[in-house]
Write a protein that binds this ligand. Structure first.
Ligand code: NAD
Length: 541
């Protein structure tokens, strides 16, 4: 029995390890990579805490070494999806009544396990399965995921302590109930941290979850699921069911108990889910909460007073880190004519030094793109630009999938600000640049604002305060995360809560209080101490 209002320590961001040449973290990571490569895992579904093997399987491969199979994973069929929903509903009874400090403890313990003994496993799995460099894995599967775990717990305690006004006559209390039913978490391949966060954040608030990971990230996501079990997450609170999105979706969206959807992925898939939920709306007991962070066509807009070296660095890191497969990756840029020659020269000479290859070689800046489908799609965009008289490839452009899915960092220059690669999400290492006349600054800002359906991230570059104000104003809805004189990627939990509007999502800012509020349905309780004994008011006398 606890008779206290407990406080949670205010978290600090997890420090990023450097993996420098002689460091112990580098040595341990290399050992873990070779250990994982020598094993072949058989990854089951985890439903109600039990391992389920369906015999319907797919393989987890290394994108930069496509013939190396890391694991075989089992896929859910109709029966397993129904079992996962039942397990979630069953576990909900105890989980939603568990004192919040105990729920908090499980996730704080998970953070400690990830910061300590599990760190190298999650990082090595993310490097191998998703082709991230050591640095990209460290900021994703270690730091960001640890931050999500710790900051969410802190925000939960803040939400619970927000209360309403009471009087001497009555005490008003606000309860933050979890949603009725279960939450469906559907996660993308590109961040292990997102895979984890989309399932843990509703669970933390007392919900239970059916989690469908991306087929291309099952490997690292499975290790995270095992970590949660080690941290003491009760059976059935999160049910891990890899499998076909449409098969699983068809069953889940027909359940009367669907309480919410926590999605990150492409706009197209989220739009499909929204339509299905709309068509099925009479079936549900409550209006399902739909939270989706989706695609982007993120920009870098330079004013003539921009610092060229900083701009060039932001373009390179923004566009090419993790092979451009970040939803926030810079994929279109607007450069004033007066700066273009200098920017072009520096960009080309720097990009030509970038090494692409196996992420186990720490001198590589980039690995491979995730799979054949992505490889073909990105290659298609590069070929389209190659064949167009409106565009020119100024650096890169080669694609090679003999060993792994490698695509060179590629920069396209175009004369048309509405060119296909200026407006469509490519999700690969391809940056398109439009050079504008200096005196068309405002006109070009309006084009940047209007030419895509998205509104996720963007950067503006200038040393001139008046220009910064103008850019900020015209681009008000062009990005949910706007950067001034910095790259448009690399949001940190607690510092830059992440998400955008328009076709980029519901902008519920992952890793913030705003997101957690979507997983509760408040109940207000008014308790009156001395209620009136007659219906007559004094004015009636
Ligand atoms: P995706 O849309 O292909 O897949 C996302 C998830 O949805 C996967 O688990 C997939 O299996 C599942 N899915 C696919 N079809 C489904 C269906 N019919 N029903 C149910 N589930 C289905 O996306 P991806 O390739 O994994 O990730 C890349 C996309 O994610 C890009 O568009 C990127 O911009 C976006 N993204 C956005 C953010 C953000 O915060 N806005 C962050 C990361 C990635």
């Amino acid at each position: 029995m606890s008779n206290s209002c407990f406080k949670v320590k205010k978290p600090e961001n997890e420090p990023v390890l450097t993996y420098d040449k002689e460091s112990s973290e580098r040595m341990n990571l290399k050992l873990k990579i070779s250990e994982l490569k020598q094993k072949h895992y058989e990854i089951p579904l985890i439903i109600g805490g039990k391992e389920v093997h369906t015999g319907q399987t797919q393989e987890c491969i290394i994108p930069h070494n496509k013939n190396h199979v890391l694991a075989t994973y089992h896929m859910a069929g109709e029966k397993e999806v129904k079992l996962a929903i039942e397990a979630a509903l069953e576990a909900k009874r105890e989980w939603s009544k568990m004192p919040w400090q105990h729920r908090a403890s499980i996730f704080l313990k998970a953070a400690e396990l990830l910061a300590g003994p599990w760190r190298t496993t999650l990082n090595a799995a993310t490097m191998l399965g998703q082709s991230k460099t050591a640095h990209q894995a460290e900021i994703d599967s270690a730091c960001e995921l640890i931050d999500f775990l710790r900051f969410n717990v802190y925000y939960m305690s803040e939400i619970y302590s927000e209360q309403i006004i009471s009087t001497n006559e009555s005490w008003n209390r606000m309860e933050y109930r979890p949603l009725e039913g279960f939450v469906f978490a559907v996660t993308p391949f590109n961040f292990t941290a997102i895979g984890g966060n989309l399932s843990i954040s509703p669970a933390l608030m007392g919900n239970t979850v059916v989690w469908k990971p991306s087929g291309s990230a099952v490997y690292s996501n499975y290790f995270f699921m095992k970590l949660l079990q080690e941290a003491g997450l009760p059976d059935g609170v999160i049910n891990f069911i890899p499998g076909s999105g449409s098969l699983i979706g068809d069953i889940v969206f027909n359940s009367e108990w669907l309480g919410g959807v926590h999605f990150t992925g492409s706009t197209e898939v989220f739009n499909g889910m929204w339509k299905t939920v709309g068509a099925n709306i009479d079936k549900y007991r409550s209006y399902p909460r739909l939270v989706g962070e989706t695609g982007g066509k993120d920009f870098v807009f330079a004013h003539k007073d921009a610092d060229v070296d900083k701009l060039v660095t932001a373009l390179i890191r923004g566009a090419f880190e993790y092979q451009g497969q970040k939803c926030s990756a810079a994929s279109r840029a607007y450069i004033p004519e007066s700066l273009w020659n200098e920017v072009k020269e520096k960009l080309i000479s720097e990009v030509e030094t970038i090494k692409v290859g196996d992420v186990e070689d720490f001198t590589n800046f980039m690995g491979a793109v995730i799979d054949k489908k992505s490889f073909d799609k990105i290659k298609g965009y590069i070929e389209y630009a190659n064949n167009s008289n409106e565009a020119e490839i100024i650096v890169g452009g080669n694609c090679d999938d003999t060993i792994g899915y490698f695509i060179e960092p590629t920069i396209i220059a175009t004369k048309n600000p509405f060119f296909k690669t200026m407006t469509e999400e490519i999700f690969g290492p391809v940056l398109t640049i439009y050079v504008y006349e200096d005196n068309k600054f405002e006109e070009t800002l309006n084009i940047c604002n209007e030419s895509t359906v998205y509104g996720l991230t963007g950067s503006i570059f200038s040393q001139n305060r008046k220009a910064i104000v103008e850019m900020e104003n015209i681009l008000e809805y062009a990005a949910g995360n706007l950067y001034i004189n910095d790259k448009p990627t690399g949001a940190v939990v607690g510092q830059q809560p992440f998400g955008g509007g328009r076709a980029s999502g519901t902008n519920d800012k992952a890793g913030s209080k705003l997101n957690l509020l979507r997983w509760v349905s408040p109940r207000v309780i008014k308790e009156t101490f001395n209620a009136p004994g007659s219906y007559r008011y004094s004015f009636m006398e």
